[in-house]
Ligand binder design. Sequence first.
Ligand code: GLP
Length: 259
Amino acid sequence: MEVIIQQDYEQMSRTAARIVAEVLNTKPNAVLGMATGSTPLGLYQELVRLHQKEQLDFSRVTTFNLDEYVGLTVNHPQSYHYFMHEHFFRHVNVPAQNINIPSGTTSNYPAFCEWYEKRIAECGGIDLQILGIGSDGHIAFNEPGSSLTSRTRLKTLSKQTIDDNARFFEHREDVPVYAITMGVGTILDARKLVLVASGGHKAKAIAQAVEGPVTSMVTASALQLHRDAIVITDEEAAADLTMRDYYQFIYAAKPAAPK
Ligand code: GLP
């Protein structure tokens, strides 16, 4: 696992966007895995800037989102469909038919989940998966106890996640209790993983994910099993990493990517 500790949120976001852009420059028809949450917002803003100012082209890109709340329609302001259109898709040129986001309103969840997995495979698999991390160490909505080989399925949200996400809803009771989410196994199948984390409230989860044991109780720790996983944090989210000087030393010694 590569750990990149950046000074602040802006730098973290720019570094993550540069990695996405590099993938698109080598493979213009790449399949991107998208994440929601407040953390990747800066990364999306930077990708939008690169598209508008530096011709970063998404016209051949296909995307798959990690997850969606069960019961929220695509127009609900807290749905991940709405989030993605608002913060990313309406500003770039990913063709509408290439955008895949799990349905929160299907009448048959098992069939939908199976179809989603099949669709990812038909598109050749995910080249780069963007990830955030929950304060309980989850990736997507793979809550503590999720099998590390799990696939796309319905998941019950933990109390911690409902509390964390209540800030986006009017009342805590409005937060959906279920979500449809790619599994940890689905995520590990992506060819490259980029996880972004910012702020002191993520420090414990990052330390557990990067330096703790691989355990289904912290599903982000499964990144340790992946051959090309990059964790990008700001200083605050890196605060509990015991090897932080070592990661910084490695990153500083790394030759700059050719322009
Ligand atoms: C939700 C999402 C995750 C995200 C997490 C953290 O639980 N399903 O994909 O990583 O929130 O969100 P934030 O970046 O807002 O802290």
